[in-house]
Design a protein around this ligand. Structure first.
Ligand code: ATP
Ligand code: MG
Length: 261
């Protein structure tokens, strides 16, 4: 089973947008997909039509940390992916992790392993992370088979990417199979001379880690969230182009990770 952690410590770079649309793209490629919303803001849950306030705390990752089998009670959505939603009580996630064995570092990793042992219900898990270096990031990276960082060509984003690379190298000590972070250019439109400098820096510093697929700035991504639809259901003008880019991204990742496409 593959576990993708969509992460960056900088806010608003497109983590939730990528997590939701990539999850649906994987599903459209015949994969059984579980999306775990690890951000108490609950954007990915809402995007998929699940209101975190209408769920119980134990339906979220809090339940998994307390020993609930992964995937049990996951909420089916109209998009065809199942969701472990966020819950407002996830504000207490650092405390919940701190009181779990090993500070909860292996909570998700062992839940995934147990699900595989029982006969996996899912082929792919996609985790949407909050924009912070929180303990849940370490927990997600300990379980991940790949970390994907959505980026723009900006100074603060490059700093956040360097910080995430450091978190990934810590995680590699307990999860040696985890490759270096994959860098996804999202909302990508370097125009000014300054943008070009950061774009060049990204290309040189992260050359082998840059994903080929680039997601440009497109209204369909922003608008579809408001309709609680992925771009695969949203009928907006440029949705078709964005759909094929997310399919291409899913295929690129499946090829990198040796999966069916
Ligand atoms: N390629 C894109 N084109 C246009 N709008 C985009 C694109 N990617 C993301 N957005 C928009 O940018 C905003 C931030 O995106 P998103 O919520 O996915 O970022 P995030 O990294 O999850 O944010 P946070 O750090 O708060 O969790 C949203 O309004 C989203 O719809
Ligand atoms: Mg988000």
């Amino acid at each position: 089973m593959r576990v993708y952690a969509i992460s960056l410590e900088k806010g608003g770079t497109g983590k939730s947008s990528v997590a939701v649309n990539l999850a649906v793209a994987f599903q459209q490629r015949g994969q059984r997909v579980l999306l775990i919303d690890l951000d108490a803001q609950g954007h990915a849950s809402r995007w998929l039509g699940v209101n975190p306030r209408a769920t119980q705390p134990d339906e979220s990752i809090l339940g998994v940390i307390r020993g609930r089998p992964l995937g049990e009670g996951a909420i089916a959505t109209a998009e065809g992916v199942a969701v472990i939603p966020a819950h407002p009580e996830m504000a207490g996630l650092p405390v919940a992790l701190a009181s779990a064995p090993n500070n909860g570092l292996f909570a998700l990793r062992s839940a995934v392993a147990q699900m595989e042992k029982r006969g996996a219900l899912f082929d792919i898990v996609v985790c949407d992370l909050p924009p912070a270096r929180s303990p849940i990031l370490a927990t997600a990276l300990a379980a991940a088979t790949r970390c994907v960082a959505p980026v723009q060509a900006e100074d603060l984003v490059l700093h956040a990417l360097a910080d995430l690379s450091e978190s990934v190298s810590y995680a590699q000590q307990v999860n040696p199979e985890l490759p270096d972070v994959s860098v996804l250019r999202n909302r990508y439109a370097p125009r000014s001379a300054v943008d070009m400098v950061y774009d060049e820096e990204l290309r040189t510093r992260y050359r082998s880690q840059l994903l080929q697929t680039i997601i440009p700035l497109r209204a369909a991504i922003r608008e579809s969230a408001g309709f609680q639809q992925s771009v695969f259901r949203y009928p907006g003008a440029d949705a078709g182009e964005v759909r094929s880019l997310f399919r291409q991204l899913a295929d690129e990742l499946l090829a990198l990770d040796g999966g069916r496409s």
